[in-house]
Design a protein around this ligand. Structure first.
Ligand SMILES: [Fe+2]
Ligand SMILES: [Fe+2]
Length: 225
């Protein structure tokens, strides 16, 4: 079970020391979930300066009242992490949340299911935004491929994915197990192939075009997206 640090009742000046204290006590590969009452953006920037390449930052809930972030101490510090490593890790993380969601539905734990699905949907929409707004423009500029290239195909599939996310959310909120099952089947059908194309073609190609410094910039922007 992931550790939880809820700082909402702490006075502001105590919050960052508490958070960094807990982070420093983690063993490599461990994580904790931070619960806060505002978007912890200044905290992210402080992590990027003080722990560059040592941590992952995954948003689980993004307001309007509660913000939750999973902060992971990487197994190995990796300031030169590639786009492939970073976005592939996000695919795996989202796969795990989706598995948990399906198990909750199977056992009719609808509240857990809805919570997992909201995390999944938020994470996947953010992932898509990172690709479309941060990565693809760099890829398109470097290769000159826009309207007929791989990013065009990915953008089209993203639209289908987002439609299915709305559909599954509706079915989950309506506690409609059959609707969830059919939506999930369609979603996984697209995602499996989509992620494979990204992991085997688009991400490695991006890594080969983009220089080390630009790559670090892309990943920092992705964390803050
Ligand atoms: Fe994608
Ligand atoms: Fe992706």
């Amino acid at each position: 079970m992931e550790k939880v640090l809820d700082v909402r009742d702490m006075v502001p000046k105590d919050r960052h020391p508490k958070i960094f204290g807990l982070y420093n006590s983690l063993r490599p590969g461990e994580s904790f979930m931070l619960v806060n009452d505002h978007e912890p953006r200044p905290l992210l920037y402080q992590f990027q300066v003080e722990h560059d390449g040592e941590f992952d930052w995954w948003t689980l809930e993004s307001g309007p009242e509660v913000w939750r972030v999973s902060i992971v101490k990487r197994e190995r510090p990796n300031p030169d992490i590639t786009i492939t490593d970073y976005l592939q890790a996000d695919h795996r993380r989202l796969d795990t949340i989706f598995e948990g969601f399906k198990n909750s539905v199977k056992e009719s734990r609808w509240e857990d299911a809805a919570k997992s699905f909201r995390e999944f949907s938020l994470g996947l929409r953010k992932h898509i935004r990172i690709e479309e707004e941060i990565l693809f423009p760099v890829f398109e500029e470097k290769t000159g491929m826009r309207d007929a290239g791989p990013t065009f195909v990915m953008r089209t599939e993203h639209k289908e994915i987002q439609t299915l996310l709305d559909q599954i959310l509706g079915a989950t909120e309506g506690r409609d197990a059959l609707g969830v099952e059919s939506g999930s089947g369609s979603l996984l059908g697209i995602l499996l192939d989509h992620n494979m194309k990204e992991e085997h073609i688009l991400y490695p190609e991006s890594d080969s075009f983009i220089t080390g410094g630009e790559r670090a910039m892309v990943i920092k922007k992705a964390q803050a997206a």
